[in-house]
Design a protein around this ligand. Structure first.
Ligand code: AMP
Ligand code: GLY
Length: 426
């Protein structure tokens, strides 16, 4: 592995489980970490400073005042809004794509047109800007298409309808009811793909790519992939679905043309490119979505399980000198514990018990997303509250540790899936 690098001062922008996992990893590797704004949970591992992700000028000032060597931007919104451009213009070394490159996530219409221009395998689609055009496009599909609000909609903008009536209702929600505001003013209708999904995350300096272990998210709320879509109820890595042969093929057929296409368009991508893939029965991969950042919860098992150091790679990518390759990891899994009412509503705050005992186990780490600490008591404040993460020699071992930790933690109304990783276990 790469030689140990001396202490790096890193500012991480964000406050969720993903940023907690990243901060923890950087601290474990011996670096000085500041998180803005962070959270009470993150504050147990790294210093948090109350600057919000939307306060770009204050983040530039913070990076300067703290003399940080590197800023890593966690969430998509500040990337789409140009935070990486702003930091680079101020001379701050930054990991995260420019606003122009982040449009791959910020505009699904942009991503579809990009893939068409560069011959990247994806589902057939049509982009519309009015209800009349949407209804006309709908009539052309032989089966109900997936309806996607083009802009950022906090993971709620995609409907996978079972009928044409449901597809029409989703179109009307976007283009007539404006339920996603500006994000739904442009809509992508997309052929529904069959198969199994996998998340391939690559660190890139714009030209070269380092793959992380492929991960599988569990988007539905309930066991057996039932119930509503969520931000993700758990994830594990490596996902055997994308074995090393398929991973290499996805690199050549999808990741490299994506990076080359972005360079050719004058918007090189420096950061973590997240490619959501659908693998069909024959093993062929097509792109379902691009994200311009680490996934959440995927980042948790990927970073907690990673063998070797991550920080030197983040630095190398930011500096344009990444050595391509693959960052292997131990088996790892995260089980999300969500609050009552999630994903539709946020339940009342509830006290959490058992956290310390659960966190004391070896090869277990609990990442916080929706918690608060008050007078020594942890509270679940809503949404995805905790990511209970564990690693092991094999996935079964990691899962047994994660579930054993989950069983020690309790708060009123908590929801967790019991079948994370079941597809990998066969
Ligand atoms: P997204 O919010 O873009 O991550 O999409 C949410 C989920 O919708 C994806 O993870 C898939 O499960 C599903 N989805 C999106 N596009 C398609 C498609 N073309 N075919 C089948 N499922 C899809
Ligand atoms: N877990 C999916 C995402 O981060 O978008």
């Amino acid at each position: 592995m790469s030689s140990r690098c001396s202490e790096v001062r890193i500012l991480i922008v964000g406050s969720g489980g993903r940023e907690h996992a990243l901060a923890y990893r950087c601290v474990v590797e011996g670096h000085h970490v500041i998180v803005a704004p962070g959270s009470d949970g993150i504050a147990a591992d790294a210093r948090c400073v109350a600057v919000q992700t939307s306060e770009h000028e204050r983040l530039v000032e913070l990076a300067r005042a703290e003399r940080v060597d590197l800023v890593v931007i966690g969430p998509e919104q500040p990337l789409v809004d140009g935070l990486a451009d702003r930091l680079r213009a101020a001379g701050v070394l930054t990991l995260g794509p420019s606003a122009a490159a982040a449009r791959l996530e910020g505009s699904k219409a942009d991503a579809k047109a990009f893939m068409a221009r560069h011959g990247i395998p994806t589902a057939a689609s049509q982009t519309v800007y009015s209800l009349a055009d949407g209804l006309a496009a709908l009539a052309v599909f032989s089966a109900p298409p997936v309806i996607k609000a083009s802009g950022l909609a906090a993971g709620k903008g995609v409907t996978v309808p079972e009928s044409f009536a449901e597809a029409e209702a989703a179109l009307r929600d976007c283009l007539e009811g404006h339920v996603f505001g500006e994000a739904g003013a442009t809509v992508v209708l997309e052929e529904r793909l069959d198969g199994e999904e996998v998340s391939l995350l690559v660190l890139t300096d714009g030209t070269r790519a380092l793959t992380f272990e492929p991960a599988q998210d569990h988007k539905r709320l309930l066991d057996g992939d039932l119930g509503p879509n969520t931000g993700g109820m758990g994830a594990y890595a490596p996902a055997p679905l994308l074995d090393s042969i398929r991973r290499e093929r996805a690199l050549v057929d999808i990741v490299e043309p994506t990076l080359a296409g972005l360079r050719a368009e004058g918007r090189p991508f420096v950061g973590v490119l997240f490619v959501g893939l659908m693998i069909d029965a024959g093993g062929a991969a097509r792109v379902i979505e691009y994200n311009c950042r680490l996934g959440d919860p995927e980042a948790q098992p990927i970073l907690y399980g990673a063998r070797g150091e991550v920080v030197p790679q983040l630095l190398a990518a930011s500096r344009g000198v990444l050595v391509p390759g693959h960052l292997a990891g131990r088996a790892a899994a995260t089980v999300v514990m969500a609050s009552s009412g999630y994903p539709r509503a946020s339940g009342a705050a509830a006290p959490i018990t058992g956290l310390d005992a659960a966190a004391a186990a070896e090869d277990v780490k609990i990442f916080h997303a929706g918690t608060r600490l008050r007078d020594g008591q942890w509270w679940a404040t809503g949404g995805r509250v905790l990511g209970v993460c564990a690693r092991g020699a094999r996935l079964e071992e990691a899962l047994a540790r994660a579930y054993s930790a989950c069983d020690q933690i309790s708060f009123t109304g908590s929801q967790a899936r019991r079948d994370i990783g079941v597809r990998a276990r066969g």
